[in-house]
Design a protein around this ligand. Structure first.
Ligand SMILES: [Mn+2]
Length: 327
């Protein structure tokens, strides 16, 4: 862990390019916008880009309106590119090549155990609850005072990555950082209202439709939902409203592995994996060409619904064999 090196690069650089990862989650958006604000306070030039739009639910975060799509990014001469919350450069898709060609140094700030250490400088700490927690430490070393706006961004990262401080990554350290962010003026009720009580009706209708597909293995330890394009069309839901659906099968008593299969029009299936107990879904995801955390991971299967369900179930059975020991 090379925090002093990261701090020096942030202090010395003038022009920065920060990346959100594809289908950005609260930690990607929160940690990146928090770092953006801090760099602006230091008088730096900062561009934030991502392969996808910022999901509607995170657009209240300060600076979200300044995020540009990587396809619209005009190459410039960047001193430093920072990838946050990205286990591998593929998370920023084609923009990686541009970053390599047009920036002097790449910093990798992340907390995924599967991180490939792709940066020139890597600040990777799987013990951090969220990348936002790592950014908080960096800002402390940089001497940037965390204000309400930065606090709101970083708290969004911490709250979403810990499942509102319910998951295993909820450490005393994460709660101490959260306390400091509250002291800086971030309001937890504001965040909760924006994140969890501002749903679009289409999202709730998609949930109702997706729950009709709920399936469990005979032993009740693996549960999954399937979402396809027709369900989005029927309900008028956006792609981003499929995020979080996996928490519903995961909430069933006795379920150890929960899965959402997002069957895409391209013939591929995007798989979201969550676990409780001993099961390690990052191992499953890696075996299927993806990655993530032990409790939250994902992959893309080159195949439709049946193929994806069969392959994922085979891997899931390795993690939670049924009572006869069958995989
Ligand atoms: Mn994260």
């Amino acid at each position: 862990v090379s925090r002093p090196e990261v701090v020096k690069l942030l202090r010395d650089g003038k022009r920065f390019l920060l990346f959100l990862h594809e289908l950005p989650d609260g930690d990607s958006v929160g940690s990146t916008l928090g770092l953006r604000l801090a760099l602006l306070r230091l008088g730096k030039e900062v561009t934030v880009a991502g392969p996808d739009h910022v999901p509607r639910v995170y657009r209240f975060l300060p600076g979200a309106e300044h995020v540009v799509l990587t396809t619209e990014l005009v190459p410039a001469d960047w001193d430093v590119t920072v990838l946050l919350d990205c286990a591998e450069p593929a998370r920023v898709k084609d923009a990686w090549a541009m970053a390599c060609a047009h920036s002097h140094t790449v910093i990798n700030i992340d907390h995924h155990a599967t991180n490939t250490m792709f940066g020139d400088v890597n600040l990777v700490d799987p013990k951090a609850a969220a990348t936002a927690e790592q950014v908080y430490d960096v800002l402390g070393d940089l001497g940037v005072t965390v204000d309400r706006e930065i606090g709101l961004c970083l708290l969004a990262g911490l709250v979403t990555d810990t499942g509102s401080f319910r998951y295993e990554n909820t450490t005393p350290r994460a709660l101490r950082v959260a306390a400091a962010l509250l002291e800086a003026g971030a309001e937890p009720w504001e965040l909760a209202t924006r994140l969890y009580e501002s749903r679009a009706l289409s999202g709730l209708r998609l949930l109702a439709r997706a729950l009709q597909t709920l399936t469990l293995t005979e032993d009740g330890r693996i549960a999954w939902l399937v979402v396809d394009d027709s369900m989005l069309a029927e309900t008028g839901a956006e792609e981003e409203e499929t995020e979080g659906l996996v928490n519903y099968p995961r909430s069933l008593e006795g379920v150890e592995i929960a899965v959402v299969f997002r069957v895409l029009g391209t013939g591929e299936t995007r798989v979201a994996l969550r676990s409780r107990g001993r099961a390690d879904v990052s191992r499953m995801a890696r075996a299927l060409g993806g990655g993530g955390h032990p409790r939250a991971a994902g992959c893309l299967i080159p195949g439709g619904r049946e193929e994806a369900v069969a392959r994922v179930l085979a891997e899931a059975r390795r993690e939670v064999p049924d009572r006869l020991g069958r995989q």
